[in-house]
Structure formats: structure tokens, C-alpha cells
Design a protein around this ligand. Structure first.
Ligand code: NI
Length: 141
């Protein structure tokens, strides 16, 4: 099936550069692989369950109107799951926030997805692991 879409010029140039470095001959093949990665990442996130500890990293453009207020509002409404956070002023334009989370995975996922949907947010990544209760206590002594 053929589709047409509009993309920011810079994003497409960066994508083409990655394809070139990876030896892709076809942009369509690159887009198909990127879509599969996106779908797999969502499926992986939706299959987790139970209590988890994790790290959410976010990169955003702090000049984008409202993005800092929106990120703060979302985090305040999930304060029970947030252990701590760290803010790094990466460049003149971009900030990185690293948030340590602990709690039920459905709340962690909701927090992650709310931030992913915000305009001005360039990148959000969640990595998580089981909360450690199943680790044999002998390892901890
Ligand atoms: Ni900053």
C-alpha cells in the first residue's frame, strides 16, 4: 500500500543519514523497519505487569510554550511513583530529565505515555526492571 506523508525536512535528513550509515538502499525499507520497532516497543511496554522500578529519560525543547508546565503537572499527578528526578541543561535549546520511578507498571506506563504525547518533547524512553522482591534474600546479606 502506498501512503504519502509530510515530515520536517531536518527529521528526514537525519533519518536518511542513519539509513546511509546502516547501508540501507531503500528509504521505504527503513521506514518499515522503524514502524516495526515502534510497534514492538509499545507491545513490550504493554506486556509488563506488577511492581517495577525504572528510569524514564526525556529530552525536550524548553523554549516550546507550555512544555515545562505540562511536564511538571504530569509529574505532580504521579508523585507517588516518582522517587527522584534530575534535570540536565543539555544545550541552549534542549533539556534532559531523568526520572526514577517505582510502583505499579500501569501507573508508570501512564506517566510515560502522557509525557510522550506532549508537543515540544523530542524523546522519551522507559527502561525498567522487576522491583527486586523476588531476588533471593541470601544475595542481599
Ligand atoms: Ni534545562
Amino acid at each position: 500500500m502506498r501512503i504519502s506523508m509530510s515530515l520536517p525536512k531536518k527529521l528526514l535528513a537525519e533519518f536518511d543519514e542513519v539509513l546511509k550509515e546502516r547501508g540501507y538502499q531503500s528509504r521505504s525499507k527503513g521506514i518499515r523497519d522503524a514502524l516495526k520497532d515502534y510497534i514492538l516497543r509499545y507491545q513490550w511496554m504493554s506486556e509488563m505487569d506488577g511492581e517495577r522500578v525504572g528510569i524514564i529519560s526525556i529530552i525536550y525543547d524548553h523554549h516550546y510554550t507550555g512544555v515545562m508546565e505540562n511536564l511538571a503537572d504530569i509529574q505532580h499527578s504521579h508523585r507517588d511513583e516518582i522517587s527522584t528526578s534530575l534535570h540536565i541543561h543539555m544545550t541552549h535549546k534542549y533539556c534532559m530529565e531523568v526520572i526514577i520511578v517505582k510502583g505499579d507498571v500501569s501507573s508508570i506506563r501512564e506517566l510515560t505515555e502522557q509525557m510522550m504525547r506532549l508537543k515540544g518533547v523530542e524523546h522519551v524512553k522507559l527502561t525498567s526492571t522487576a522491583n527486586g522482591e523476588k531476588i533471593d534474600s541470601s544475595f542481599l546479606n
